[in-house]
Design a binder for this molecule. Structure first.
Ligand SMILES: [Cu+2]
Length: 316
């Protein structure tokens, strides 16, 4: 390596080009082009898409982070390539480069750039979570969220996880429980996520919603769907043998379609709803076995969304 500074034995400096400036001039156009391509060309296709307010804000966040990361990545690669080409071993040169002891400008530049990036991301990330339009950006905020949507009266959807399926309760429609996740477009939704056995995680990918499902805990996450369409729901916390099979598909539909579905299902499942535990923010798993016995006695073995304890004989 050529000497650029330090107190080591000085190499002849007169013949040395300005490597820093050369690297900068190679790096700059690559970084600019990479950022333009990432933000404007690839950006609109980045996960998780734009199906909801939270998904769109996550996509925007990922775009911003990609735009910040690409120039750093480009710099590492350009520096690497430049070093390989210019500072490789030369024929007949058996010496090692002079050691470098400190370089105030490089150190100050390094500390400044990394500090600015990290502090910016901390502020940016906090703002993205707190802004009412995103309201927690689709993440589980615990039982008492501090970031809520500014629009009032969200649709309440309770997500109940168990080995190995999700069911959904709609407390504003008599508290029926179903295995179908149907949501209206354009209305703020409050997911109340819980579990009745082990730990799970409710991940509605296209909605950009992800919240841990823990027994005895109500974990609240907000979003507003902005497009109709299909939603993939996966369990995202290893929860036992069939964790990988714990997924289903929800649907975002028009407000009129949702209202019609919810009213119809409320009536259709009325008999089942009557023997469910009253709607609560979490449920005692030990009561589930008793409930299952009651359902068996009532001859209810499959229709609608039901509580099934593990290994229960009525489980289909
Ligand atoms: Cu699970």
């Amino acid at each position: 390596m050529s000497a650029t500074t330090g107190e080591g034995p000085e190499a002849p400096r007169s013949a040395e080009p300005n490597h820093g400036m050369r690297i900068f001039l190679i790096w700059l156009p690559i970084a600019v082009v990479a950022d333009i391509l990432l933000y404007f060309v690839y950006g609109p296709h980045m996960p998780p898409g734009t199906m909801s307010t939270s998904a769109a804000s996550q996509q925007f966040d990922i775009k911003v982070m990609a735009v910040l990361a690409a120039p750093i990545m480009a710099f590492v690669l350009v520096y690497f390539g430049y070093a390989i080409v210019n500072w490789r071993h030369k024929e007949g040169d058996d010496t090692d480069g002079p050691p470098i002891y400190g370089h105030a400008r490089i150190q100050a530049t390094w500390i400044t750039i990394t500090a600015v990036i990290v502090l910016f991301l901390a502020g940016f990330g906090t703002y993205e979570l707190a802004w009412p339009g995103f309201a927690g950006a689709g993440s589980g905020e615990g039982p008492a969220p501090i970031w809520r949507p500014s629009a009032g009266n969200p649709l309440q959807v309770q997500v109940i996880a168990q080995q190995w399926k999700f069911t959904y309760r709609y407390p504003q429609f008599g508290g029926f429980e179903t295995s179908s996740l149907i949501l209206p477009v354009g209305r703020p939704i409050q997911f109340n996520v819980t579990s009745i056995d082990v730990i799970h995680d409710f991940w509605a990918y296209q909605l950009g919603v992800k919240a841990d499902a823990n027994p005895g805990v109500n974990n609240v996450a907000y979003t507003t769907a902005t497009h109709t369409g299909s939603v993939t729901v996966r369990c995202d916390e290893l929860c036992g043998l069939w964790h990988g099979a714990m997924f289903d598909y929800g649907k975002v539909v028009s407000v009129a379609q949702f209202e019609a579905w919810a009213r119809h299902t409320e009536v259709q499942l009325a008999a089942t709803t009557k023997i469910l535990p009253p709607y609560a923010t979490s449920y005692d798993p030990t009561e589930i076995a008793q409930l299952s016995a009651a359902m068996k006695k009532a001859g209810i073995t499959g229709a609608g969304g039901l509580y099934y304890p593990p290994n229960d004989p009525v489980q289909p």
